[in-house]
Design a protein around this ligand. Structure first.
Ligand code: FMN
Ligand code: SF4
Length: 572
């Protein structure tokens, strides 16, 4: 449990002093280089004393669309005097508050809807030694159409299962409902659970992936806030069906409120005999605990997440074998997304027909989506699968902010690339979005109005991947930096046509190499944003590169030039 030790040291000193790491090494008989390699990997550990005010403004997609770079530049100006070792302004990746952008972290607390005035005031409070807490939206119960327990009589599916003990029937119903993973890849859930169930009896694990770190992805935060009982129940059901007796809920570091809510729900479940040994007198056991991520988008990749739980650097494993066969501690492991788990009790209580009928236009079930960027009502919405993007934006998200025209949207954060407004009739569905050259992914819809520069958005997305690449494999580590360099050059314009053609073919080659040779999905998908912009917004790219013009007036301005360093950022 190296992270517990490292956290305890950091709590005492504010960072990880060398002498303490040496003492930890001899106490635990772990080579110092191993401890150092872990501590230096994760963004939430500091190897040197940090400044008294550590400020990071998120600059990923939704915050970027809401003025993050201007905010950061303004804060740097205002705090210039105080910066002498007292204030440190650093890069940070998406903080998971895309609906309340722009967001910033100050000494590991998160603040949303930030203005330069408020940011400055918070930093001055931190410098005066004042203690404060995150901005916390209320967590009162929200009625979700798909909650099968509107009267609070929770855990009905679990009670029914321990009474009937028909575990195969659960798999049959999940298969009939055609439930697919909601974490991004859309893998059939029944197939995953069946694989683990069929592994020889013995130690097995259930892991919930609540890492949620991709820009635009905020739905799991909402679900954990408002439907924690469904998540806990879904994990217990997975344990009973697959024969796993241990569950781990892996939650991102920045979700303090949700960690508290789930901790309370788990304790309540233990008190009610729904968790632990001999569940409801059935003779069946399932233990569940929370693991707080030491940080980083790559921790959401399932095999990297396993490595993190095991106390290593979160570097993805080569696959196969898949976690269903060789997972946590080398044992068969079910890993599912938060939303996938909560669909299970819904299907079991309300029935397959109810679930299927919820979808529209031939699609099945419900989908939680996060909508952010330039929309009037950013937030998380529970919508029937299969509605069109136009319906979603107009009927739920209030349309484009300020009555402006829609220019583009990302159906699922940077991974999905950008689709043009002309495709707004596309349905929210695995197949329909794949046919449109995009993906349903984790349902992180980012809206761009007609003032948006799409080349700038492609650069913003690849910058995120470059920052978050774990560095294990060359195509991704070097390729993502190359891509940032290329796109930055394009936003600066004035290239001879021959050079641009050479850049384009280099980009093609790079994209191919990354998609084929990267170990995990991060490197494989990193080319998607610029590929989509070249496909749908080619004239805009040409205008930048060949004519030195940004049709949206974002690039080539004095502000863009002055903020170049922040725009590209540095690999943290
Ligand atoms: C770089 C990267 C980050 C990911 N982050 C998450 C995440 O935060 N949450 C998640 O559920 N899945 C994430 N995934 C997908 C997981 O690897 C895995 O497919 C998923 O947790 C399986 O659950 P599901 O079948 O319920 O979708 C990520 C994948 C990659 C490549
Ligand atoms: S593709 Fe990128 S993130 Fe994935 S293992 Fe390779 S370097 Fe790490």
């Amino acid at each position: 449990m190296i992270f517990d030790d490292l956290r305890a040291i950091q709590l005492r000193h504010g960072f990880l002093p060398k002498a303490e790491l040496e003492a930890l090494s001899s106490r635990t008989q772990t080579p110092l280089y191993q401890i150092h390699s872990v501590a230096s990997f994760y963004p939430h550990f500091y190897l040197a004393p940090p400044a008294r005010a550590r400020l990071s403004v998120c600059a990923d997609m939704s915050c970027h669309l809401n003025g993050a770079f201007e905010l950061r530049a303004d804060l740097e100006r205002r705090l210039g005097q105080a910066q002498q070792g007292e204030v440190e302004i650093r890069d940070v990746s998406c903080l998971g508050r895309c609906d309340q952008a722009p967001a910033m972290a100050l000494n590991d607390h998160i603040f949303t809807g930030i203005t330069a005035e408020r940011g400055e005031a918070l930093v001055r409070r931190a410098l005066s030694g004042e203690e404060f807490d995150d901005d916390r939206p209320g967590n009162g119960r929200v009625a979700c159409a798909s909650d099968p327990y509107p009267d609070g009589e929770n855990y009905g599916a679990l009670r029914a299962l321990v009474a009937a003990r028909d575990f195969e029937a659960v798999l049959t119903r999940l298969k009939e409902a055609e439930l697919r993973g909601m974490g991004g890849a859309g893998f059939p859930t029944a197939m995953k659970w069946d694989l683990v169930r069929k592994q020889p009896a013995g130690e097995k694990y259930v892991v919930c992936n609540a890492d949620e770190s991709e820009p635009g992805t905020i739905k799991d935060r909402f679900i954990m806030t408002h439907l924690p009982h469904l998540l806990v129940e879904g994990m217990i059901l997975a344990g009973l069906v697959t024969g796993a007796r241990q569950g781990i809920l892996y939650i991102r570091h920045e979700y303090h409120l949700q960690e508290e809510i789930l901790g309370e729900e788990i304790r309540r479940a233990y008190r009610s005999g729904l968790l632990g040994r001999n569940i409801l007198g059935s003779g069946l056991d399932f233990e569940l605990r929370i693991f707080v991520s030491p940080g980083g988008y790559i921790c959401g990749e399932e095999s990297a997440l396993i490595e993190a739980i095991e106390g290593h650097r979160a570097e993805p494993r080569n696959k196969p074998p898949f976690p269903g066969v060789v997972g946590l501690w080398q044992k068969p492991t079910v890993i599912n997304n938060v939303e996938t788990f909560i669909h299970v009790p819904q299907i079991l209580v309300r029935g397959v027909d109810w679930y299927k009928a919820a979808g529209r236009n031939g699609s099945r079930g419900w989908k939680f989506v996060g909508v952010s960027g330039h929309c009037a009502k950013p937030g998380v919405y529970e919508v029937p699968m299969g509605i069109t993007m136009r319906e979603l934006l107009a009927d739920y998200a209030g349309g484009v902010r300020g009555g402006r025209a829609l220019k583009a949207f990302a159906p699922s954060g940077p991974s999905s690339g950008y689709l043009p407004a002309a495709l707004v009739e596309v349905r929210l569905d695995f197949k329909a979005l794949a046919e449109a050259g995009s993906m349903l992914g984790s349902g992180a819809i980012v809206v761009c109005d007609d003032t948006t520069c799409m080349l700038d958005m492609a650069l913003n997305a690849v910058r995120f991947y470059r920052n978050e690449s774990c560095g294990k494999c060359v195509p991704c580590r070097v390729g993502s930096q190359k891509m940032v360099d290329l796109l930055l050059r394009w936003t600066q314009g004035g290239l001879p046509e021959a050079q641009f053609r050479a850049d384009l073919s280099l980009l093609e080659e790079l994209s191919f190499a990354m998609s084929q040779a990267s170990i995990c999905g991060l490197g494989q998908i990193a080319p998607a944003p610029i590929q989509s912009v070249l496909k749908h917004f080619r004239a805009e790219v040409d205008a930048h590169v060949l004519q030195g013009k940004c049709p949206s007036g974002i690039c080539f301005t004095p502000a863009a030039r002055a903020g170049e360093a922040n725009r590209v950022g540095i690999r943290p």
